[in-house]
Design a binder for this molecule. Structure first.
Ligand code: GLC
Length: 450
């Protein structure tokens, strides 16, 4: 008898343990308060990532310093000659806005340590290059003036700072990963000083530029990666507290390594995953970050650019699983979006102009609405409208909505609000679409529900 009670006690203890671990919290914000703070972000769904820095000059990936094991001296030429004569952030902001993007996140510092902003704590910044200005300030002003929300990406890694210690991706660590080599390279480096540098620069960024809407910190190694950096290396708990103190309304991603805390980040960041994989994030708060081609920074000779349809699919699939898409542009060293990026953005503008109602404020459809063959669904819970994104347009214009009979009041094409006729066939609803496909890669049908 006693034994049984003990066993029951033990079992119930073990079963509540994970719940207790999950509840570790840093802040006292309630779930409702968090939802309020993030309301604009979950509504807007679509942002622009901008990876820009002196690596744009090499034009062969933002990790070029690592990939080619460059020393600071070898990398210096990009600093000395960085002169973005065509940089006009108002044009960037207009292009982003036209494509339907509602917020932007710019790399204020990437892994190479170069700062686009005027920091008191380093000379390694845009003001000391031929650009001679605080490029972050111009970005903030221009995007804000276009009514866009403004975000900062900031790299936790720093391959230039003299106190930043070695790890498995540091450019100076070449094939010799022995402890002796680490010790040799680490001589005189002091992570305590680097931690202070992080705090100082984050303070500058969150104090000198007005209200900042998003902070995108990047990144922290997995727990078991022995030769990586972890939350303690950044002083992550202190850092996130500092951020929230300086900008109480800000939205922070999840790359500080604070996964043990329920509120160690506001959203998860599936990077470059396929649309099919996005389904597994349903129910979480998430943003998938994606490139137009294989690189974040401008890559002249890289040619795996996503097609218009692939980009649309990412956008639609994100909304249809209740998440955001942040799509990256890597401007050239002259400071412009190149022709490939412009074409991609233009094609999105064309689609979004007609179909953005099926993205903004949308999420996954209630379970009672089955996804018709060859389509994906999004749903606006405020207006209770359902959107059918027609991926495989039927040659005869006939589309069946399974089990929809009696549930729909009115149906129209979203791009021109033209009526779509329907007839019940048992439980199903049979639609008659125009035989000539509307001029959109993926046309959208709007269903006004009963
Ligand atoms: C990765 C890369 C980095 C890029 C980022 C964007 O963490 O290190 O180059 O900035 O992904 O998500």
């Amino acid at each position: 008898m006693k034994k049984n009670i003990l066993l029951i006690l033990l079992v119930s203890l073990v079963s509540i343990l994970p719940a207790v671990a999950q509840e570790k919290k840093l802040f006292s914000e309630t779930a409702a308060q968090k939802a309020g703070r993030m309301a604009w972000w979950t509504n807007d769904r679509f942002g622009m990532f901008i990876h820009w820095g002196i690596y744009s000059m090499a034009a062969r990936h933002e990790w070029v310093k690592h990939n080619e094991h460059m020393t600071n001296e070898q990398y210096q030429k990009y600093f000395d000659f960085f002169n973005p004569v065509d940089f006009d952030p108002t044009t960037w902001a207009r292009q982003a806005k036209a494509a339907g993007m509602k917020y932007a996140v710019l790399t204020t510092k990437h892994h190479d340590g170069f700062c686009l902003f005027d920091s008191k704590y380093t000379d390694y910044k845009a003001t000391n290059t031929p650009a001679h200005r605080d490029l972050v300030r111009e970005y903030v002003n221009a995007f804000r003036a276009q009514g866009m929300k403004v975000g900062f990406y900031y790299s936790l890694l720093d391959w230039h700072h003299p106190d930043y210690t070695m790890d498995d991706v540091h450019p100076l660590v070449q094939t010799d990963t022995s402890q002796a080599n680490y010790d040799r390279l680490n001589k005189g480096r002091d992570m305590r000083k680097y931690r202070q540098y992080l705090r100082d620069q984050i303070t500058e960024l969150l104090t000198n530029y007005g209200k900042i809407d998003v902070l995108w910190l990047d990144w922290t190694w997995g727990k078991d990666d022995r030769r990586g950096k972890h939350a303690e290396d950044w002083g992550a708990v202190e850092l996130i507290k500092l951020v929230r103190k300086l900008q109480p309304g800000i939205i922070i991603n999840n790359r500080l390594g604070l996964d043990d805390y329920e509120d160690g980040g506001d959203f998860v960041t599936p990077e470059q995953v396929s649309p099919a994989e996005l389904a597994k994030y349903k129910g979480k708060t998430w943003e998938t970050c994606q490139t137009f081609s294989g690189s974040w920074g401008y890559y002249r000779d890289e040619d795996t650019w996503k097609t218009h349809r692939q980009l649309l699919d990412l956008l639609i699939t994100s909304a249809s699983n209740g998440g955001n898409l942040i799509l990256n542009v890597g401007p050239t060293a002259r400071g412009e979006f190149d022709y490939r990026a412009k074409n991609a953005l233009d094609s999105l503008s064309y689609w979004m102009h007609a179909n953005s109602k099926a993205i903004y404020g949308c999420t996954y459809a209630p379970a009672e609405y089955k996804t018709p063959d060859g389509t994906k669904l999004t749903y606006d819970p405020k207006t209770r409208r359902l959107y059918v994104h027609v991926y495989n347009y039927p040659a005869d214009g006939k589309l069946t909505l399974p089990g929809y009979a009696g549930k729909v009041r009115y149906i129209q094409l979203l791009n021109d609000n033209s009526e779509v006729k329907s007839a019940a066939a048992g439980d199903d609803l049979s639609l008659t679409l125009p035989v000539k496909k509307p001029p959109f890669d993926i046309p959208v049908i709007e269903l006004i529900l009963n």
